[in-house]
Each structure stands twice: as C-alpha cells, then as structure tokens.
Design a binder for this molecule. Structure first.
Ligand code: NAP
Length: 243
C-alpha cells in the first residue's frame, strides 16, 4: 500500500515514524514548505503545493497512492478541503488525523473569536501575539504594543509598535511566565492549535490571570477521523488490501 501523509505537524512526523517499519507500506510525507528549516519525518518526503485540487488529483494518480492521511495543521483548512475533494474524485480513502483542541479550564479567561480580524479588534495594551507569521495583517493598524513570536520572520505589514521573537517550540511553563512578566503582557492572542508544544503559554496566562484571545479552528471537511496513532493503525487495517 502507498500512503500519502499530508503533514507539516509534529503528529504527522510521529505517524510517519510510527509506521516506518511496517511491512508492505510505502509512506510519502508531504510538507507545505512554510518553514525554512523543517523537522523532516523519516522516509520519503516531498515539499511544496500540489497546484490545487487538480494538481493533487494528478499527483495521487501518478504516484499510485492508495490512501491519504490528512495530518495537516488544524488551521490548514484549504489543504484539508483540497484533500477531501481530490480523494473524493479519485475514490481514495481519506482519514483526518488532528490533535484535539484545547479546552478551557474553570479559571481560564478565554475570549473566543472566529478569525484574526475579530482577534485584532480585541487587542489593547501590551499583547503577546502567537498566531504564526502568515496572518498578521489584521493586527498591522492596531494601536497596541505587540510581542510577536514566530518560527520564521513574518511576511507583510506589521504593527507600528512591536518586538519580534523568532523561536521554535516546545516552550516550558517557567520560561513562558518569565516572558509574560518581563514584557508586562496584558493579553495573549493564540490559535486553538491544540497539542502540548505550545500549551505552556495558555497555562502561563492561567497562572497570571491574563485573558487569552482564542482564535477558534476553521471547519474541516467531514471524513473519517482519528486522534491517536492506534486509531490510524486500526483505520489502515480496515482498508481493502491492494494486490
Ligand atoms: P492552507 O491554507 O490550508 O494551504 C494553502 C496551500 O498550501 C494549499 O492549497 C497547498 O497548495 C499548500 N499546502 C498546505 N499544506 C500542504 C502540505 N502538507 N503539502 C503540500 N502542500 C500543502 O495551509 P497553510 O498555508 O500551510 O497554513 C494555513 C494555516 O495553518 C496557517 O494558520 C498556518 O499558520 C497554519 N500552520 C500550517 C503549517 C503547515 O506546515 N502547513 C504548520 C503550522 C501552522 P496547493 O493548493 O498548491 O496544493
């Protein structure tokens, strides 16, 4: 069986590693190419867009892919939609493998918002902005001070008053609390990415009593879903065997 893993996440790399020694399974991991120095999963890796739904369908046919696991970032809505449409067209099985969203605890002060524009509208004072580097435009004209953290340098316009911190997680709780205190942060803006690697900022906000503007996840296509490696394996086991 030839399996395409749409990746770019820690879960996708973990899955590729977990399945690497499985007999009769060829894995190709696909990365968007957003990060300059990505952590590569083991095995075959391809990098860059497919060229839309048609490009992906052509790739699936040319590479004789038998099944697809969509383990992209929970906010990579376009790639997930393309995967659902291309797999539907090619009649290929597709599994969504997404880390669960974070859930607020009773003392958390979350302000849930549907998108970046709504998040930007709530920004006041000194803001820790941790939404990646691609979607900062709505914050550019806000009259607040921002500590912007991303892995690679941001693209496009940035707010007039900001400090940039280029860093890759995982981040620890003590460091996050120290960072928030040192910069006298009033609020955090975060995507509800889920997973442990960037959760410490949420715990740090809780312990300091700070509000978190939480950008909720975009809708994903309705497909089979798994959120553990075991569930992915079980799904693979249920697929018809290729000759
Ligand atoms: P997107 O908006 O869903 O995808 C845009 C295009 O990028 C897709 O149409 C596709 O191009 C290409 N693409 C995305 N993922 C791909 C993959 N795994 N393999 C090959 N091509 C891929 O996703 P995005 O632009 O990557 O990111 C959207 C959101 O997810 C942002 O909020 C970003 O911060 C977050 N995010 C993404 C990643 C990541 O590694 N992708 C990691 C962390 C966070 P074609 O149409 O040409 O096929």
């Amino acid at each position: 069986m030839r399996l395409l893993i749409l990746g770019g996440t820690g879960e996708a790399a973990l899955l590729a590693r977990h399945l690497a020694d499985r007999p009769n399974l060829d894995i190709i991991s696909s990365l968007a190419g957003r990060v300059a120095d990505p952590v590569l999963p083991p095995g075959n890796v391809r990098v860059g867009g497919f060229g839309g739904i048609d490009g992906l369908a052509t790739y699936l046919a040319e590479e004789r892919i038998d099944a697809v696991v969509d383990a992209t970032h929970p906010f990579a809505a376009r790639m997930s939609a393309h995967a659902a449409l291309a797999c539907g067209r090619m009649n290929l099985p597709l599994l969504g493998f997404v880390r669960p969203a974070w859930i607020p605890e009773p003392t958390d002060r979350w302000l849930p918002v549907p998108d970046m524009a709504a998040a930007a509208a709530l920004c006041r004072g000194r803001v820790f902005l941790t939404v990646g580097r691609q979607e900062l435009a709505p914050f550019a004209d806000r009259d607040a001070w921002f500590l912007i953290r991303s892995i690679d340098p941001p693209e496009g316009a940035l707010p007039a008053h900001h400090e940039l911190m280029l860093k890759r997680g995982p981040f620890g709780l003590a460091d996050e609390i120290g960072l928030l205190r040192a910069h006298r942060i009033d609020m955090i803006v975060s995507k509800n990415s889920g997973g442990p690697a960037t959760y410490a900022k949420i715990e740090a906000a809780r312990s300091l009593g700070l509000p978190v503007v939480m950008v909720e996840r975009p809708a994903r296509p309705i497909t089979d879903q798994a959120d553990t490696l075991g569930a992915v394996e079980a799904w693979l086991g249920r697929l018809p065997q290729t000759p």
